[in-house]
Design a protein around this ligand. Structure first.
Ligand code: FES
Ligand code: FE2
Length: 421
């Protein structure tokens, strides 16, 4: 007789079939215990996490509430223009005191007992700290040796580059540049080259799937030309496009670089089921694509920065996509669409129109949200099983074509090492 604990349906420990990562146990997506460990090791230690764009907090006192992993934090600009990230947990009794998504403040006050903090997170006011006086006798108050300086908000270390803000709870972390590595940094700088950014708007969605599936989705050049009718039919992303796959030295980050082909209908493309011969746009302006000088060749560069963010350039649509896990089986996904301060009004309109491809109801991205949800359902029902990630072999290396799952194998090679799983 087997007990539930021994049953293959409910494994207690993750099991890999080999030393490589071409077969990934479903359990790496279904275990709450592994999820807690991922948060500690990837989101709260040794990794820079994306928190936003400087353009979201242009003026002194501007703030944005966001998240690092599952911890709520506030990105804020102080009176001198400095950028800070503090944890949204009151030093008194722990209340998550900030509820607005955005705003402008001179300081932060927790509503519960009105402890007051500077924009840098320093405690500067404690009501009744010295008690109350009654008949000449002081009653209550904080102990005489209470030091406000020791009771501020938790401050994160901050790094900015090209208008993008990253933060870390780990103050011993390497520089952002070392974290990204030179190859990925080159593509980061291509998009964020110091031009002033202009915020265009947000999409927010909650996807009921493990957060790593979103990283995998943008490390997977296999699916876009098959799953996405829009990409195949209108030639935005096809398997025969000129392309390159690039990783950092640790294989955790990646860039998928693609150059859009001519609109010719190659036989191998028309044979793809999602190619719809007679699908036409009601409004051709969705594909009013204008090449920009800074592209320098590629028409799409999708960069995954592990673990927290995706930087997207797909023709004229540029955005950041922030991954905020919520338990092992869901994540909040925040898209920030932007442009550049020197864009013409016409270009801004164009970027906004092309943004319709993306976000929760995007012509392309709605498909991704759905396949992530359904993948998670498959994992949950069969947690003893594993995925097959063997397209292009079982090894990990940069590539100059898209018919490989090497970037996913690379990410799990890194994941296995850090997780000791
Ligand atoms: Fe914030 Fe008491 S919990 S002031
Ligand atoms: Fe996709």
């Amino acid at each position: 007789m087997t007990s539930v604990a021994e049953s293959p349906v409910f494994p207690q420990h993750i099991a890999w079939e080999s030393a490589g990562t071409s077969r990934i146990p479903f359990m790496s997506y279904t275990s709450e215990e592994l999820h807690r460990r991922e948060l500690e090791r990837f989101f709260y230690k040794s990794h820079w996490c994306y928190v936003g764009l400087e353009a979201e907090i242009p003026s002194p006192g501007d703030f944005k509430r966001t998240a690092v992993g599952e911890r709520s934090v506030i990105l804020v600009r102080d009176a001198d223009g400095g950028i800070h990230v503090v944890e949204n947990v009151c030093a008194h009794r722990g209340m998550s005191f900030c509820r607005e998504r955005h705003g402008n403040r001179k300081d932060f006050t927790c509503p519960y007992h009105q402890w007051n903090y500077s924009l840098k997170g320093e405690l500067q006011g404690v009501p009744f700290r010295r008690g109350v006086e009654h008949d000449g006798v002081v009653q209550g108050g904080m102990p005489a040796d209470f030091k406000p300086a020791d009771n501020g908000l938790t401050k994160l270390r901050v790094a900015t580059r090209g208008g993008v803000v990253f933060a870390s709870f780990d103050h011993e972390i390497e520089s952002l540049e070392d974290f990204l590595g030179p190859g990925i940094l080159r593509y980061f700088d291509r998009l964020f080259d110091g031009r002033e950014l202009r915020l265009l708007g947000y999409n927010r969605q909650r996807i009921p799937g493990n957060w790593k599936l979103m990283q995998e989705n943008i490390k997977d050049p296999y699916h876009p030309g098959l799953l996405h009718t829009w990409f195949v039919t209108f030639g935005l992303w096809r398997a025969d496009n000129k392309s390159q796959l690039l990783m950092d030295g640790k294989h955790r980050h990646a860039a998928m670089i693609s150059t859009r082909g001519q609109m010719g209908k190659a036989a191998q493309v028309t044979a793809v089921a999602s190619f719809k011969e007679d699908m036409k746009l009601e409004d051709p302006r969705f594909l009013d694509i204008v090449a920009e000088p800074w592209w320098g060749g590629p028409t799409a560069v999708m960069t995954t920065i592990f673990p927290s963010v995706i930087f997207q350039q797909q023709v004229n649509s540029v955005s950041t996509r922030h991954i905020q896990p919520d338990g092992h089986g869901a994540f909040n996904f925040v898209w920030t669409h932007f442009g550049f301060a020197d864009d013409t009004e016409e270009m801004t309109e164009r970027r906004l129109r092309q943004a319709n491809l993306f976000g929760p109801a995007g012509f392309v991205s709605a498909d991704d949200g759905e396949v992530i949800e359904l993948s998670q359902q498959g994992f949950e029902q069969k947690p003893f099983h594993r995925t097959l990630v063997e397209l292009g072999g079982t090894g990990v290396a940069d590539a100059d074509h898209m018919v490989t799952e090497t970037l996913i194998r690379g990410m799990y090679e890194y994941w296995r090492g850090v997780m000791e799983a």
